[in-house]
Design a protein around this ligand. Structure first.
Ligand code: PLP
Length: 221
């Protein structure tokens, strides 16, 4: 199926309140443009350099999402260029975002990434650290937390459900507390192979790469 056909199919499965992010990492500008011409405006990238290069190829109607790990020393390159940072995973990174966005008088919108499966190979905080990081966010002037993000462990449908439910539960509980600077608008979870389960379990932001653009070839990038 073509990029356009894939997008149309996924859109029919998407609840009204959910945002579809087309994960365009490793994809050429021409491929992204096909999706853009189909009306897509939310694109996800996992590397700062690749993101910054692509930003310049599109008009400002595109909302760029940084979905990969963000190193502290790269924050300066993305100020003013991304719509939402999905990968806040330390207080050190938070402080750097606060500093860099503050210097430009801008406000960064971020999601806190939770390593819900506690996998060594993945970034993100453990759920037990969420309160500490949110309390640190309360003291920021140039960072606003808009929700949570997770990449769950690979597993059976039942295992996926269990992790998605756990994330939904944390998101709901956090929503009920009243933190300054924090609104739990988004729950970013679900990728090509599990987005339907994620949406069923309450995700309102799915990040889909291969399901839109086809199989990724990392050698091409
Ligand atoms: C690559 C990536 C995705 C998309 O993965 P697909 O399996 O291609 O849908 C989603 N989220 C993150 C954080 C990613 O790095």
């Amino acid at each position: 199926m073509s990029i356009v056909e894939n997008i149309c199919k996924i859109k029919t499965q998407l609840p009204k309140n959910a945002t579809l992010i087309a994960v365009s990492k490793t994809r050429k500008v021409e491929e992204i443009r096909e999706a853009y011409n189909e009306g897509m405006r939310d694109f996800g990238e996992n590397k700062v350099q690749e993101l910054v290069e692509k930003v310049d190829c599109f008009d400002s109607s595109v909302r760029w999402h940084l979905i990969g790990h963000l190193q502290t020393n790269k924050v300066k390159y993305i100020v003013g260029k991304v719509h939402l940072i999905h990968s806040l995973d330390s207080i050190k990174l938070l402080k750097e975002i606060e500093k860099r966005y503050g210097a430009s008088n801008l406000v960064a919108k971020v999601l806190v990434q939770i390593n819900i499966g506690k996998e060594e190979s993945k970034t993100g905080i453990f759920k037990e650290q969420l309160n500490d990081i949110l309390e640190a966010c309360e003291n920021c002037n140039n960072v606003k937390v808009k929700g949570l993000m997770a990449v769950i462990p690979k597993g059976s449908e039942e295992e996926c459900k269990k992790y998605f439910r756990e994330m939904k539960d944390i998101w709901e509980k956090t929503k009920r507390k009243e933190y300054k600077n924090i609104s739990m608008d988004y729950l970013s979870m679900g990728m090509t192979h599990d987005y339907k389960i994620a949406l069923n379990e309450g995700s309102n932001m799915v990040r889909i790469g291969e399901g839109i653009f086809g199989e990724r070839d990392y050698n091409k990038a």
